[in-house]
Design a protein around this ligand. Structure first.
Ligand SMILES: [Zn+2]
Length: 90
């Protein structure tokens, strides 16, 4: 868990854009990060998300459970949609 003011350990990883194939370096939380994500905007801004502390993650999960397009999906598929909304790999 990271609280404001704490130092965050990041590693720099090599990435390949899935749209155009160009290579670039980007920060990563590493393989041990569970429930933590680095969200990237199209303009390059990066934000940290801890799903156990951020209420929007649970709110969006609840909305997917009642949305007519996603409520019939198996739980693992809904979880995949949720991760994709937050920019995670699916
Ligand atoms: Zn690209």
């Amino acid at each position: 868990m990271v609280t404001p003011g704490d130092a965050m350990m990041l590693e720099i990883v090599k990435c390949k854009c899935s749209n155009c194939g160009h290579n670039f370096a980007a920060p990563s939380l590493g393989d041990g990060a569970y429930g933590e994500f680095l969200l990237r905007s199209g303009s390059g801004l990066i934000a940290y998300l801890n799903v156990f502390e951020d209420s929007t993650f649970k709110d969006v999960d609840d909305l997917l459970a009642i949305n007519p397009k996603t409520l019939a999906l198996p739980a693992i598929e809904r979880a995949r949609v949720l991760r994709k909304i937050y920019g995670g790999r699916v």
